[in-house]
Design a binder for this molecule. Sequence first.
Ligand code: GDP
Ligand code: MN
Length: 377
Amino acid sequence: MVKLTEGRGKELFRKYGVPVPTGTIVTSAEEAERSVRSGSVPLPCVIKAQVLAGGRGKGGAVRFASTPEEARAAAAAILGTSFQGETVREVLLEQKVAIARELYVSFALDRSQRLPMLMTSARGGVEIETVDDSAIDRQTIDPFPGLVAYERRKATRALGLTGTLAADLDRLLGNLYRLFDREDAELVEINPLAVVGEHLLALDAKVIIEDDASFRHPEYAEIRDDRTPLEEIAREKEIAFVQLDGNIGVIANGAGLTMATLDVLKEFGGAPGVFLDLGGTDDPKKVTEAFLLMAQAHPKAVFLNIFGGVTRCDTVANGLVAALASVPASERFPLVARIRGNNEAEGIAILRAAGVTSVPDLRSSAQAVVAAAQGGA
Ligand code: GDP
Ligand code: MN
């Protein structure tokens, strides 16, 4: 998932004609002071930590300054600190504005209806989850015509805007929807959208780009930092691979069996460290690739839990045996297999020939792998 920080989101807003305050992103306290002194950020100004977590206002990560020295001190106080587990490496420096009202506007993908949805509320500035449902106006958007005039008018009425503010909102919604559509976003949120004098200004920006559209947006590639390097390789190979904190590798097939396997390991005191969902693979090469990827995560023990349906047990066994042969002796780990289902006997025979025993009972096999991981630790 590509979540943009507020500063990056606002760069997009500017590009699409969504009004934002004058401001700049800086990475040091000196730079903050310089930006104010040079006049590129007018005083008084706001200093905001560029982290993905929300609630910065309440958490002390949004500060105000009325002199260059104060701007410097505020930036120094936030940079390098940790906000909800994220290190602050950048701050956004912006002109402070006088807020008359705080509104809420967003476009999100409504997955239940499989359509974009426009949400507006006159109660902006607080987390939308805490706003009473009756105070939120929702409109489902048909993506073929896109956002149309009557939908914009309905939102304007719901927010109680008239005159220049109504005109501003009409334009802003059109531009924000265009951004949502063209950038393949799953969420664009402005909270608060501030009434400042006779005009509207986006004071915050939350933009999430849809992962499945990332192939259309190489420009976001470097921002996608929530995957580990191994997870990134796995994604390119279209292997469902997730790294966790523990030390047991899990190879299973299907989301249900994979999750159940993680649960049963936990129940016996094991800590899954990486799991791999083979899904409906019927290609021994793919199984080999997946297994080698798992080996690179250096698990203490590996639990292979397969139900042979579409993926037959012998296919998995062949892939696994091929992979085992290419894991260097120094990187070997104990392996417990439980394979049931289609071509079970063939699969077990192939594994046995390679020195791997299959334990048919789920609980016994889970206990065996937990013991192996602890023994090796
Ligand atoms: P969040 O708490 O992480 O969502 O950060 P926001 O960007 O929404 O900022 C939090 C709050 O700071 C806003 O709801 C505003 O009340 C306040 N704030 C931000 N910018 C300004 C500004 O330019 N002027 C004033 N008066 N308040 C601001
Ligand atoms: Mn906000």
